[in-house]
Ligand binder design. Structure first.
Ligand code: ADP
Length: 361
């Protein structure tokens, strides 16, 4: 068994910083779980506690059902890949891959035949055959990172830990490696805990994503569920580019009011009363064409404050009763969608859409 359980796991550093606050989270056997959140939210701390590189202040961590709080790092059966590849520059790729296995003692000792078989297997999986006799400096950043991953895999870890492993690569390589990491996971199925602040990595790699803010778990769910049904306004604003529109105000009798802005709520939210945060993703804001028959109570008159042309997308920044609303228009094959025209135009948008949400916090 190689599931990982954080049970009320808390880390308070000596200076009083609560880096991780009573984390309850299970990474299931064979699962690829991504810990996601802004810088400083406690992701790396969670990983370091699991790896045994820091002491746990309260709570516990179990691997395969056994408490590991007091186990030294080397006895936890983990493989680790970090942002820096830290390969041995004077050794060939083959020797780098084999290094951890040669050092093994006792049960961890692996004979020469087995070492060579595992190196071959990793080279095959990671497409490193051509590079086995080269030194790291002869390899690109992406190839070096693949060697670093291979070095972790040859040890057959029960759990693979990765901390921002792609952040030193350029954008193109990052995209490719992301795809390869997912393929690799499907091939070897090792339980994986992956730390990143990059929502695209999280959305594309994760079986499940656990979102942290200020040391606290906000939501753990399938990535698309977190996107479509965020647990609170933090998750809502963290996932998605451009970010979800969040309008603070109050609902009463099917009408939402925020300052001078007032509009009818969509049917599924019409029963909500009291203060709340109305959330709508930019792609769900409907810009009504002048030709549309208008005047529905869900319509909001806006002024176009700015337009960003991003090629496939256009982002409109719309001002409505003292609130800013972002609307995203995706270019479609038939170009049938309406546009908001240029700066300072007056337009109407509809916010009364089925995908709209109201958050309490
Ligand atoms: P993340 O990986 O999400 O960027 P970290 O887990 O590294 O965040 O840090 C979480 C919080 O703990 C931050 O506020 C950070 O400043 C603090 N922190 C991390 N390491 C230490 C340390 N050794 N001593 C004191 N505070 C620390």
């Amino acid at each position: 068994m190689s599931d990982v359980e954080f049970i009320g796991t808390t880390k308070v550093y000596d200076d009083g910083t609560v880096a991780l606050d009573a984390l309850d989270l299970t990474v299931r056997e064979g699962e690829f779980l991504v810990l996601l959140g802004p810088s400083g939210c406690g992701k790396s701390t969670a990983l370091r506690l699991l790896a045994g590189l820091e002491d746990i202040t309260r709570g516990e961590i179990r691997i395969g059902g056994s408490r590991v709080n007091d186990l030294p790092p080397g006895a936890r059966g983990l493989g680790m890949v970090f942002q820096s590849y830290a390969l041995y520059p004077h050794m060939t790729v083959r020797a780098n891959l084999a290094f951890g296995l040669r050092r093994g003692r006792g049960d961890a000792r692996v004979d020469a035949e087995e070492i060579s078989a595992r190196v071959e297997e990793a080279a095959e999986l990671l497409d490193l055959h051509k590079w086995l006799e080269k030194k790291p400096r002869e390899l690109s950043g992406g190839q070096q990172q693949r060697v670093a991953i291979g070095r972790a895999l040859v040890r057959r870890p029960k759990v693979l830990l990765m901390d921002e492993p792609l952040s030193n690569l350029d954008a193109k390589l990052r995209n490719r490696m992301r795809f390869e990491l997912r393929r690799l996971h499907e091939a070897h199925g090792t339980t994986t805990l992956y730390v990143t602040h990059d929502q695209v990595e999280a959305m594309t790699l994760a079986d499940r994503v656990a979102i942290l803010s200020e040391g606290r778990l906000q939501q753990s769910s399938k990535p698309l569920e977190a996107y479509h049904r965020p647990a609170n306004s933090f998750v809502a604003s963290f996932l998605g580019t451009p970010a979800m529109n969040l309008i603070e105000g109050a609902a009463k009798g099917g009408i939402f009011t925020a300052g001078e802005l007032s509009f009818a709520l969509p049917e599924h939210l019409a029963g909500r009363d009291g203060p709340g945060i109305f959330g709508i993703r930019p792609e769900d804001v409907r810009i009504l064409d002048n030709g549309d028959s208008g005047g529905s109570p869900g319509d909001v008159p806006c002024r176009v404050g700015g337009v960003e042309h991003l090629g496939s997308d256009t982002v409109y920044h719309l001002e409505a009763g003292g609130n800013w609303i972002r609307a995203l228009r995706r270019r479609t094959a038939d170009q049938a969608q309406g546009t908001a025209g240029g700066q300072d135009r007056e337009v109407r948008v509809s916010l009364a859409v089925p995908a709209a949400l109201i958050f309490e916090e």
